[in-house]
Design a protein around this ligand. Sequence first.
Ligand SMILES: *Cc1c(COP(=O)(O)O)cnc(C)c1O
Length: 401
Amino acid sequence: MNVTLNDIRERESRHIVQTYKRQPVAFVRGRGVYLYDVDGREYLDFVTGVGVAALGHAHPGLTAVIADQAATLIHTSNLYYHPFQADAASRLAELSGLPRVFFCNSGAEAVEACLKFARRFWYTKGERDRLGFVAVEGAFSGRTMGALSVTHHYREPFGPLIGPVTFVDPSKPEDLARAVTSKTAAVIAEPIIGEGGVRPMTPEFAAAINEACARTGALYIADEVQTGLGRTGYPFYSKVLGLRPDLISVGKALGGGIPIGAALVSENIAQTISAGDHGSTYGGNLLGTRAAAFVLEQLTNGLIDHVKSVGAHLERRLRALQLQHQIIVEVRGAGLMRGLQLDVDAAPIIDGARERGLLVNRTDERVVRLLPPLVTEVSEIDRAVEILDGVFSAVRQEVKA
Ligand SMILES: *Cc1c(COP(=O)(O)O)cnc(C)c1O
């Protein structure tokens, strides 16, 4: 390919809405845990397109089912049946314990569906003033108007959003208890805040959600778009925390790179939803759901257990790294979803790692986030941690100089 990074940047600067601040690299190819840029340079990918490429890049099995389906039939709409929605849905039901699934195309749409289904539930029950949502400070649930309404950042220029939404400090379970009332349709919270800095929910806050929902009847929506589907070493991290979600939003890893999201729904909520209440032209098409069924099959055939074991290795290595470098003040997360809390801006670390051939990203300014593919091996984790060790040492030298 004869394209250069500068060509691409120049053309994008003229024609792309400038909503993203990109890193100065353009990728053209991937294989497993590695990405290759326009100059053929190799990078260890511990971002995976933000937790999407769960099976790594160009996974032979996933590639084969996508190619086969593309050559057979991609899309027919929800006017008709096809075999793969039920395949993917039954696997999701088995993993989550929630029996019904609505397919859409992204995480934000999965959250939208959950919010709409929660309102629909209370509407059907005749509690038509039960409209409120309780969300968490630092939460990220997506960029559409509904999902943005329960997202704590990025809201300012876009109001008024849907309401009423009350944001609660996740270190104050007593505030959640006060915020949830008989007018609350649902509480929505990520089991581990992802974009907001890899911050696991405390057991006390999880208990407060259970208690508040039991007391008032409010529904609980677990936003597992990032934490779900094996990322933490478990199918869903809400279960690990003892939460009992009525709805779960999933996305990111679900299609292994093919855009697909889903709202997982309890039977009693599903019973309040009628034909025509919600829909999506692309949602649940053959290509996306066949890819998802393949990814889900890999998860249950040992991949989640693999994440648990390599995730424990990653945690040990990161804790050892913390002992070597004072600017790392905390190691957080679970499985292959990890954050290093620094006491300085993380941007120079992200740049230094990329220059040394490792992709990691920054969230919440001072956090280095690691989201390697679920298929990552111990040797690749060791290599990534060695690169980080070099970067942290170099940054320390610069500070001293
Ligand atoms: C990424 C993310 C979303 C939004 O997903 P999109 O596919 O970008 O719309 C929602 N919730 C959580 C927890 C996420 O991490």
